[in-house]
Write a protein that binds this ligand. Structure first.
Ligand SMILES: Cc1cc2nc3c(=O)[nH]c(=O)nc-3n(C[C@H](O)[C@H](O)[C@H](O)COP(=O)(O)OP(=O)(O)OC[C@H]3O[C@@H](n4cnc5c(N)ncnc54)[C@H](O)[C@@H]3O)c2cc1C
Length: 427
């Protein structure tokens, strides 16, 4: 049995990251203790340190070991909700504030990359959302119009321009959001860690936190053989921990996503796929997402298994889907295959909780975490350091009633969504 976690070193990002792994500092007491070395934890730590706060970040394995080092590297602004849905839900003022925050999430990533000179192959040529049906096309063009009204640069595609923009005839149309871009996500995570350490953050890697507990007026983290204390603790372990706060773990649905990367493509094939340098994902609920890489490979991902085991069957299905959609890839070799775990929520929103004073959790970007985890970390840092209101309201932790049987329930959900996708419903 191959565990998804064990495939970390198989990823293309691990093989090609330009930023070196940051190694470990000795554990140190600090004002804020952050658990988890993904984008959420790193961004929180960096933005706190830039405000003069003493921070120690503790990562169980290595920086970027979780979803942050394994994802598609698509830096997409926005949430699953469109601006009108945000306003309907939170009112004109709060909804508009959230739309502005979510809409600027990719800007934050590229600003950080520029400011800290992070070597992560960053490009900013937009994200294309491909519509798999006429119904979905109507929905995404309405979404594009909404973001256009918010000031976003967007393009509208019919079937012909979509085929030219993507290199596949799989869609009836789509749109392109030019705020988006691409990174090597592991290199970006490592660059954030380098920037955080330069700003004064103590970065401890290879050290699982075994418990978070109250200690005097603050919090202590129990590591193997020692404890460290601080005034505030931030749990940013996303789908990679169930033990530290079981109630939190029961409020999110961990799901795997599998990725493949081909060998570098010959120029005449590479030039036919996403020639504008954009990335793409689909309107289907069980969607593919894909991109080209700086060294001319095609990298594609898709949603997958619910357990810890990497699914060879899903990997094979992903490869089959890739060759069906892009016949020009029929004979290319797949050189990298890996998977990782992301967190979903029932309301499709990221969740911020403060279950006890001074103990924060931030998680669950529903597959949109490169930009959003970076932005949420920055917002949480401002909240902790300066009391700035959060863009998304902090909520109580609400465990999912059927969490214990989530495997079979989610399998039924996959069949349901497969049917909806077939019928052309937008996600
Ligand atoms: C295959 C895949 C493809 C994806 N593609 C995209 C994409 O293209 N675009 C996009 O926007 N989003 C994408 N996502 C989602 C995105 O990667 C995540 O939303 C984001 O990385 C979450 O960051 P995080 O810091 O919250 O969590 P993670 O990056 O998962 O970090 C959690 C960290 O906590 C650590 N940890 C766990 N337990 C402990 C402990 N006890 N002590 C110390 N440390 C601990 C883990 O080792 C891990 O490093 C994808 C996800 C996957 C899996």
């Amino acid at each position: 049995m191959t565990l998804s976690a064990d495939l970390w070193e198989q990823s293309l990002w691990h093989a090609t990251a330009e930023e070196p792994s940051p190694g470990s500092d000795a554990p140190l007491d600090a004002t804020v203790l952050v658990i988890g070395g993904g984008f959420s934890g790193l961004s929180t730590a960096l933005h706190l340190a830039e405000r003069g706060v003493a921070v120690t970040l503790v990562e169980a394995k290595q920086i970027g070991f979780g979803a942050s080092g394994r994802n598609g590297g698509q830096v997409i602004p926005g949430l699953k909700l469109d601006p009108s849905e945000m306003r309907a839900r939170w009112g004109e003022a709060e909804g508009s504030r959230l739309a502005a925050f979510a809409g600027a999430a990719a800007d934050r990533v590229f600003d950080l990359i520029d400011r800290h000179d992070i070597a992560c192959g960053a490009t900013r040529n937009g994200w294309i959302q491909g519509a798999h049906s006429a119904l979905a096309l109507k929905a995404v063009h309405a979404r594009a119009k909404e973001w256009e009204a918010e000031g976003a640069p967007v393009e509208f595609y019919g079937a012909g321009s979509m085929a030219e923009a993507t290199g596949t005839a799989a869609y009836v149309g789509g749109w392109r959001d030019l705020r988006a871009g691409l990174v090597n996500p592991l290199s970006y995570a490592r660059g954030l860690a380098r920037a955080a350490r330069a700003a004064g953050v103590t970065i401890v890697t290879g050290s699982p936190v075994r418990a978070v507990r109250r200690s005097g007026q603050g919090w202590a983290l129990d590591l193997d053989g020692e404890s460290i204390s601080g005034k505030t603790a931030v749990l940013a372990t996303n789908a990679y921990d169930t033990a530290l706060m079981p109630k939190l773990a029961r409020s999110i649905l961990p799901v795997q996503s599998t990725m493949l990367a081909t060998e570098p493509l010959p120029g005449h094939i590479a030039g036919t796929i996403l020639p504008q340098g954009a990335c793409c994902s689909e309107t289907r609920k069980l969607a593919f997402y894909y991109r080209m890489t700086p060294d001319g490979r095609f990298a594609i991902g898709g949603r997958g298994a619910t357990g810890a085991e990497h699914s060879q069957a899903l990997q094979d299905a992903l490869e089959g889907g890739m060759r069906r959609m892009f016949p020009q890839l029929a004979d290319v070799r797949v050189e990298h295959a890996w998977s990782g775990h992301l967190a979903l929520t029932m309301d499709h929103l990221p969740h911020l909780h403060e279950p006890e004073p001074g103990l924060w959790t931030v998680a669950a970007y529903n597959g949109r975490g490169v930009a959003m985890a970076t932005a949420m970390g920055a917002a949480l840092a401002e909240r902790i350091a300066e009391g700035t209101p959060l863009p998304l309201p902090e909520t109580p932790i609400r465990p999912i009633a059927w969490h214990a049987v989530r495997g079979p329930v989610m399998d039924i959900g996959v069949r349901y969504y497969w049917m909806k996708d077939k019928l052309g419903f937008p996600s």
